[in-house]
Design a protein around this ligand. Structure first.
Ligand SMILES: Nc1nc2c(ncn2[C@@H]2O[C@H](COP(=O)(O)OP(=O)(O)OP(=O)(O)O)[C@@H](O)[C@H]2O)c(=O)[nH]1
Length: 809
């Protein structure tokens, strides 16, 4: 196999950039961005800048300052330095946070309390509550019925943080996104974390770190999102926050320590002891809206409080230099010093402080909100980068000041009754109603007719949104991940990671008159959700939808029925297999048809071979395993012009068409490279079509000779159930040839981790229900592609051949 050179890798990167970055693998651009030198140069204040600062205080108008600065010909760095006081204060009171966690940990329930305590909603409604109203953030009917979050929902609120020591109050503006827990809707977490500055990771006090916690942890790391942890459900039997913290330290390898301990537990859970200020905090009032704080820590907890406080300090000393110095000097840090260390260590992502409470029992949610303000970064404390297309894609740091030119990222699209709603995170400058902005991908000018702030499914119209904020706009035609600027900058931002769908099924409306609505729905769902794909199979003419799992596709079928009144019939779910080769095979293929009329002539010479797997991204954890297969890759190495550019472009098209529908099963090809290094052209009979077809034929022939393989998706599967069902469940998994990698037996439940093939897991949920009296649960997440067992490969190929013969009869 040939080694792949730098030129090859770079041209792949450029192609990805041009295509607007649909990211399957860790994006090379992202890697570049994170390794480039990013800090703006710090310039010494100039005489000019000092006069300028005085002017700023006099006028208070940042725009005027900016104008003056431009007239004085000052560098952007100096402008930033001099505007900082005014805008730094505004930003210091803004938090953009996400709530992310394993399924059912209480994200929506906790968000409901946050909205209530901040005065955003007048009463609390529970997820699947008896009043049948449902929580504010689960606004879709389907979410309320099923009690699960399907789409992330954004809201905002103001939290008045009280300082009991000084008696002062500070108002914080919090933009919050509640995300779904089910892996099938993981894109919602992915895009929320892409644009948020911090997160609250919720853990269940009984279950601790669960499979989806690990996924969310990975996503938080991918976008460098600092987090605090909230151990919820402290009222449940078996609640143990310290076990959960241990699991964070060991399973997630994240230094984390409690900043609180519980007062009572399970049904006697009353509140928490704040270990930094050594105060007991209780919730009072019918909905826990009154916070009572006292110096009197219950006698039986004083020992534990001291012990856990010491542990917190020790852990901070490991990750924070200032704390390490105090620790080594055996000095007792003050509460302010501890707070400052927790803040530094959290923002630098070396540590996560752990809060605890019970959202459902209305306990200890407010101290967690204080934690959001105290420890999570404001927008100016997070490094956000763009690539400057006018300066060879150099990385530039975006500065969240209103007075700088506007840069924003469209991270989510949603169809509403009033048209397409585009969620935008404003990274720099401000976005004004009626302003013209430019889409960096298409270079098109777009007018912003309406700006709103979202409150779940309600919206509030605004005229302007400042830097560092999140909003939604109407009437902007764009794709998810597009960058917008004011037109004076050539900046574009990297988009988010989009996982590949692993499952597909055929679908059609039961009633042919519903065709129009069916297409409308398909278009909309595809635009909104990059993990939901639709295509028409050319051979069967069937519409095929693909997604992240059975639940994902079921939800869309159901939404089609409810929102578009289209009843659909679906085929059996199909696994998204892949086809690859294992050998280097040269080819020399001639397409020649010269009998009568216009002929066809094209000769292509070259080889196909497996593409080497991509390198692991920089900073990947030790022992991390990357994908086993590289992307599909086409290259020409023609010298002497035996095939013209135009025909080579047709060859490339032929290659990509072949990769869309592999020769073995008609599934997509993965990890195959094709190189064309010679060929021949006929004066009159050669055409683009002939070269495209010749390439497809050459590909098909060489593919068959290159020891092809069918690859199947392997899934990381986690099953939890009461201990008494362990035998049943292990037997079920063994029947499916699962590789069980870990079993954790708890006091009542066990958790089993296994690697399973997706193919073997169809119908597993009903068998699990039957084998555990409905008490078992399982989650599945795509892990990687691996060769399917030989028998299965043979069976699939035979089935495909049979269908082809039938069709051609
Ligand atoms: N005992 C107890 N139950 C809770 C608590 N918080 C939430 N729950 C319950 O846990 C279930 C799931 O709560 P949700 O708030 O929907 O959890 P979620 O994490 O938003 O769920 P998904 O978004 O679907 O993953 C509901 O039945 C809640 O009533 C708590 O503090 N204690």
């Amino acid at each position: 196999m040939r080694a792949y050179g730098v030129v090859r890798a770079q041209s792949a990167v450029l192609r990805q950039t041009r295509n607007g970055l649909r990211l399957g693998q860790p994006c090379p651009l992202q890697r570049w961005a994170s390794t480039a030198i990013l800090r703006p140069r710090q310039l010494a204040p100039t005489a000019n800048s000092r006069t300028w600062q005085t002017r700023r205080h006099q006028s208070g108008a940042a725009a005027a300052v900016l104008q003056q600065a431009k007239e004085d010909n000052l560098a952007q760095e100096t402008i930033i330095e001099n505007l900082s006081q005014e805008e730094a204060f505004r930003l210091s009171r803004v938090r953009n946070i996400g709530i992310a966690a394993h399924i059912d940990s209480g994200k929506t329930t906790a968000t409901e309390r946050v909205l209530f305590y901040t005065g955003r909603i007048k009463s609390i409604h529970e997820v699947r509550g008896k009043d049948s109203v449902g929580a504010k953030m689960d606004s879709m009917d389907l979410e309320r019925e099923k009690g699960i979050t399907i789409q992330s929902a954004a809201t905002f609120c103001d939290w008045i943080k009280k300082n009991p020591e000084t008696g002062t109050e500070d108002k914080y503006h919090i933009n919050l996104i509640d995300t779904p827990g089910h892996i099938d809707f993981t894109i919602e977490v992915e895009r929320a974390l892409r644009v948020l500055d911090g997160a609250v990771m919720i853990l269940c006090a009984v279950s601790g770190v669960q499979s989806q916690t690990i996924t969310v942890d990975r996503q938080m790391r991918r976008y460098n999102v600092p987090r605090i942890i909230f151990v919820n459900k402290m009222d449940r039997m078996g609640a143990n926050p310290f076990k959960a913290i241990d699991q964070v330290n060991h399973k997630l390898r994240l230094p984390a320590a409690a900043v609180q301990i519980p007062i009572g537990s399970e049904d006697t859970f009353q509140g928490v002891v704040d270990l930094i200020r050594m105060k007991a905090i209780y919730n009072e009032g019918s909905k826990g809206e009154i916070i009572r704080e006292t110096d009197e820590i219950p006698a039986q907890l004083q020992g534990l409080a001291k012990e856990r406080r010491a542990k917190l300090i020790e852990m901070l000393a490991d990750v924070d230099e200032e704390m390490a110095e105090l620790f080594l000097d055996e000095q007792e840090p003050t509460s302010d010093q501890i707070k400052a260390a927790v803040r530094r260590a959290t923002i630098s992502r070396k540590f996560a402080p752990v809060f605890m409470g019970s959202a459902l029992a209305d306990k200890s949610v407010q101290p967690m909100l204080d934690g959001v303000c105290d420890y999570l970064p404001n927008p100016s404390e997070v490094e956000n980068l763009a690539l400057d297309r006018r300066r060879q894609e150099a990385s530039v740091k975006l500065v969240p000041y209103n007075s700088l030119p506007f840069v924003g990222l469209a991270f989510k699209l949603e169809e509403s009754n009033f048209g397409q709603l585009t969620y935008i995170r404003v990274y720099q400058g401000s976005l004004k109603k009626s302003a013209n902005v430019y889409n960096a991908r298409t270079d098109k000018k777009v007018r912003i007719p309406r700006i709103v702030r979202m409150h779940s499914n309600e919206m509030e119209e605004v005229n302007e949104v400042g830097a560092g904020e999140i909003c939604a706009v109407f009437g902007v035609d764009c794709s998810s991940g597009d960058t917008f600027t004011d037109g004076t900058l050539g900046y574009s931002m990297t988009s988010m990671f989009v996982p590949e769908p692993v499952i597909s099924l055929s679908i059609h409306p039961k009633n042919s008159k519903d065709g129009n609505n069916f297409s409308k729905a398909m278009n909309r769902f595809q635009r909104e959700d990059p993990t939901f794909r639709v295509h028409v199979d050319q051979e069967s003419s069937e519409t095929i939808i693909s997604g992240m799992g059975e639940l994902h596709l079921d939800i869309y079928v159901e939404r089609m029925r409810r929102e578009y009144k289209v009843d659909c019939a679906t085929g059996q779910p199909q696994v998204a297999y892949r086809e690859t080769i294992t050998q280097h095979i040269p080819f020399d293929h001639l397409l020649k048809k010269q009998t009568g009329g216009a002929g066809d002539y094209a000769r292509v010479v070259g080889w196909i071979e497996p593409t080497p797997p991509p390198e692991l991204p920089e900073g990947a954890p030790e022992g991390a395993v990357g994908p086993a297969y590289g992307p599909n890759f086409f290259e020409t190495q023609i010298t002497g012009g035996t095939i013209s550019e135009k025909f080579l472009y047709a060859c490339e098209k032929g290659f990509h068409a072949s990769c869309e529908k592999g020769p073995m099963l008609g599934h997509r090809v993965l990890g195959v490279s094709m190189v064309i290094n010679d060929g021949a052209t006929h004066m009159t009979d050669s055409s683009e079509q002939a070269f495209k077809r010749a390439t497809e034929q050459a590909f098909r022939k060489a593919f068959a000779a290159a020891q092809p393989q069918v690859l199947e998706p392997l899934m990381k599967t986690t099953v939890t159930a009461p201990n008494e069902f362990q035998g049943n469940i292990v037997a079920l998994l063994n029947k499916r040839n699962a590789t069980i990698t870990e079993t954790i037996i708890g006091a009542e439940d066990f958790e089993l981790h296994a690697e399973t093939s997706l193919n073997s897991m169809f119908g597993f949920s009903s068998l699990l229900r039957a084998g555990s009296q409905g008490k078992g649960e399982f989650t599945m997440e795509f892990s990687h592609y691996a060769p399917a067992p030989r028998d299965l490969q043979k069976e699939l190929v035979a089935k495909f051949e049979k269908a082809r013969i039938e069709k051609n009869k």
